[in-house]
Design a binder for this molecule. Structure first.
Ligand code: HEM
Length: 222
């Protein structure tokens, strides 16, 4: 029997993009949990004085913080300079009012969503905003870090950290802003996971699997 292809397979996300996506997801989850613990440590009566729970949790927060800072920078570089331009192409839709209307209508089951790149305009802007929030979390986090650790990287960052602390109106507001940003990640994560599954069902293509395997499938129009 002759095999007739009904779908074509297309590489959507390179291995680098997928690895960074999942490492970022993991670090953000750990940062949210450890950050809330740092903010409000629940102390338990210890059997000995040799307990450093807060210390270990802060250590995990800092390791994940530095990993997230590195990924945020590399990911920004890849957005602008990667040889694959499917992310950059999406910006065309952001500048086109028709694409915004088409995306919103498609969410109400009216019409299709034909995109110039990997993302629709609303999706693109959401990712742009959360990337800027991640950058701000890294900047405020590094400033908090440099205020506590005065040697090594902390020492290197001390002048810029002092300036950032001044810009935010002092150490206390800086810490509060860093804390508030945590909620932006929690809200984003919930909506992002819901939309990833929902859009796969709505538009009948790969959803969460695309960011695992890298491939998406499109129906062949005859
Ligand atoms: C998704 C990103 C991040 C989230 C959600 C997050 C969350 C938090 C939260 C909730 C706190 C507690 C603030 C408070 O005292 O109320 C905190 C503290 C802190 N964070 Fe982050 N953070 C993130 C990224 C970073 C990064 C990139 C760094 C930089 C290395 C960093 C370094 C710190 C430091 C040094 C503290 C203060 C620890 C202390 O006071 O002992 N964070 N973070």
């Amino acid at each position: 029997m002759e095999h007739i292809a009904t779908h074509i397979r297309e590489l959507e996300f390179t291995p680098a993009i997928r690895i960074f996506h999942w490492t970022r997801a993991l670090t953000i989850v750990i940062l949210v949990i450890t950050g809330f613990y740092i903010s409000w440590p629940f102390l338990v009566a210890p059997d000995s004085t040799d307990v450093l729970l807060q210390g270990w949790i802060r250590f995990a927060h800092l390791i994940c913080g530095f990993v997230l800072t590195a990924i945020t920078l590399v990911r920004a570089y890849l957005f602008f300079f990667s040889h694959r331009n499917n992310e950059r192409r999406s910006f065309r839709d952001v500048l086109n009012l028709r694409s915004w209307i088409a995306q919103v209508k498609s969410y109400f089951w009216m019409g299709n969503l034909d995109k110039a790149g990997a993302y629709g305009p609303l999706q693109f802007m959401t990712y742009a905003v959360i990337s800027l929030i991640a950058l701000l979390a890294c900047i405020t986090g590094l400033a908090l870090y440099a205020n506590v650790y005065h040697l090594g990287v902390g020492g290197l960052l001390s002048d810029s950290a002092a300036w950032i602390t001044w810009l935010f109106g002092g150490l206390a507001p800086l810490r509060i802003i860093h804390h508030y940003l945590t909620w932006a990640f929690i809200i984003f994560l919930l909506i992002h996971m819901y939309m990833a599954v929902w859009s796969g069902i709505r538009f009948r293509h790969n959803s969460v699997d695309t960011i695992v395997t890298g491939y998406d499938y499109h129906k062949v129009h005859k």
